[in-house]
Design a protein around this ligand. Structure first.
Ligand code: AHR
Length: 553
């Protein structure tokens, strides 16, 4: 059992024991609280790029067809075929960037299939299903109709006000086709033939696409390359890409979780052509999914997965522990990158992240890779976004996998049904961090102790991130404990708190989730914050994500 009075003082950077400096902000030996949070305005960590709140939309299962694209003639309210409710929701969360068309699909995709008149576009075998046979998938998924291509995706982004991030096919198309796709998107009106093709579709102005992925998971579905082989391919694709006046930010396929050798091998090979070779790389894409809930019994991808909705408290903590690995992956790859790139010109782009469960919880049966996000995934997502906030100079972009009808989705939709998941609500709450100055923050709280199949296991008691926006401070905090609130004293070093407001996402049931029928089971609730001065006290509910907005003196 946890000792409520036993403080484990840890910094959010996970660097071990860190004592508060004296004189303390806090009342000595306060008996009314068991936890403390100290925010340090004098220790800025960097500006939080809005792009770490990015999204990922692959042509997979129900993500594009039924999720984003309903078609112009649909009875579902739409804007030129794009689901209107989705656009409205994404505007609310200030979605900054969206990745398309994959994922693994990207390395099979011919961008030319998705341009030109809709009725002339080829109908292809569905990449993810593989065969045109009757199966559990909805009939609309059986073939790929190519109705949602580059024009529609960029239009979707324009409606939201976010930047498109296109993933180019390195495995099965040539470098020349990559250049042509850039030309189609970015060549100015009235210049090239492809600019005219774009204009004929109603898009005279260039799309000005800045972010380009050069392949995806090139260590696996994207070509099964070695890091060295991929580096050679990357150099070939990235050399002399036409710019059309648009600065391009090229993202190289990076490591799968802790594959340190990929990061080393790639950079080593890139640098064989000298240090300038790094100049063409904006980011290295790290992919990390939390999937193994077997408590150490197996590393088998299928056998190790857990259930999205039916889980116990141990599964809850195990998933969070897996998610917590993100920080060490960022730091580990960053350290290696620094060995080759001392100035850290190349940043990390975590363009796929989230929990991945076994099939069975789909809101729409047959939507492959769709799962039901619960409160557990909201807490996981808050914790992960806090991790990115704490590493603003390392992580330039991150994309949650995936936006709708998929893994860690913000939204679920089927025909005219739609709901915002608990994960979507976390993105809504955390949007307030975008563009803020990340501040080092010290959390101290009783450690969570639990029984992992007869062996004691622990997890941190409170964690989060803080960002400053002039006189307004945004503090987001995760309480992972399934049943205990954390009574916490909060102070900002060197200044006083004038007043505050809180928004809390929680539920008495850790399995709680939103469905098409019950859309508002887990929704953010406003709570009052009392007190002002050198410190205030707030009670973080069990199993919760909280946003505090504090006005400073
Ligand atoms: O997000 C689902 C899949 O996971 C992506 O297509 C692939 O890149 C990753 O393995």
């Amino acid at each position: 059992m946890m000792q409520r009075r036993q403080f484990i003082r840890n910094s959010v950077l996970g660097t071990g024991v860190l004592l508060f400096s004296r004189p303390s902000l806090f009342a000595a030996d306060s008996t009314s609280t068991d936890s403390r949070i100290e925010i340090l305005p004098g220790e800025p960590l960097g500006t939080i790029s809005p792009d770490i709140y990015g999204h990922f939309t692959e042509n997979l299962g129900g993500v594009v067809y039924d999720g984003i694209w309903v078609g112009e003639n649909s009875k579902v309210p739409n804007i030129n075929g794009i689901r209107k409710e989705l656009v409205d929701e994404m505007r609310k969360i200030k979605a900054p960037v969206c990745r398309f068309p994959g994922g693994c699909f990207a390395d099979s995709y011919d961008w030319r299939d998705g341009i030109g008149p809709a009725d002339k576009r080829p109908k292809r075998t569905n990449f993810w299903i593989g065969e045109e046979k009757d199966g559990p998938s909805p009939a609309s998924h059986r073939y790929d109709p190519n109705q949602f291509g580059t024009n529609e995706f960029v239009h979707f982004c324009q409606l939201i006000g976010c930047e498109p991030y296109l993933a180019a096919n390195l495995r099965s198309l040539s470098a020349e086709e990559f250049y042509r796709w850039v030309e189609y998107c970015n060549s100015p009106a009235g210049t090239t033939t492809l600019a005219e093709t774009r204009a004929a579709a109603g898009y005279a102005d260039p799309f000005r696409v800045r972010f380009w992925g050069v392949g995806n998971e090139s260590w696996g579905c994207g070509g099964d390359f070695t890091a060295q082989e991929y580096a050679v391919e990357f150099r070939r694709f990235a050399t002399w890409v036409p710019h059309y006046g648009q600065n391009l930010s090229l993202v190289a396929s990076g490591p799968n979780d802790d594959n340190w050798e990929w990061t080393r091998g790639f950079l080593e090979e890139i640098l064989r052509k000298g240090p300038n070779a790094l100049r063409g790389i904006f980011g290295l894409a790290l992919h990390y999914y939390a999937w193994n809930l077997s408590r150490g019994r197996t590393r088998n991808w299928n056998e190790g997965k857990g259930d999205a909705v039916n889980f116990d408290a141990v599964d809850w903590y195990e998933l969070l522990r897996q998610g917590d690995v993100m920080e060490s992956l960022i730091n580990g790859h960053w350290q290696i990158m620094g060995e080759y790139d001392a100035d850290h010109h190349v940043k990390l782009v975590v363009d796929e992240w989230g929990p991945w469960y076994r099939p069975g919880s789909e809101a729409t049966p047959g939507d492959i890779l769709e799962q039901m996000p619960t409160l557990r995934d909201a807490v996981f997502s808050g914790m992960t976004l806090d991790t990115f906030n704490r590493n603003p100079e390392k992580v330039a972009m991150a994309n949650c996998a995936q936006l709708i009808n998929c893994l860690n989705s913000l939204y679920l939709a089927h025909e005219d049904k739609f709901c915002v998941t608990p994960v979507g609500h976390v993105f809504g709450m955390y949007a307030a961090h975008q563009g803020g100055q990340s501040l080092r923050t010290i959390f101290s709280a009783p450690t969570v102790n639990y029984d992992r199949d007869g062996k004691p296991a622990t997890f941190w008691g409170l964690a989060g991130s803080a960002s400053l926006h002039d006189k307004e401070l945004v503090l987001t905090v995760v309480n992972p404990h399934v049943s205990e609130a954390r009574e916490t004293e909060i102070g900002v070093r060197g200044t006083a708190i004038r007043n505050g407001a809180a928004v809390v996402l929680t539920n008495s049931d850790i399995h709680a989730h939103n469905t098409f029928e019950q859309r508002d089971v887990v929704t953010p609730q406003s709570k009052s914050v009392s007190g002002s001065g050198r410190s205030i006290v707030f009670s973080f509910a069990p199993a919760s994500v909280t946003k505090l907005t504090l006005t400073l003196a």
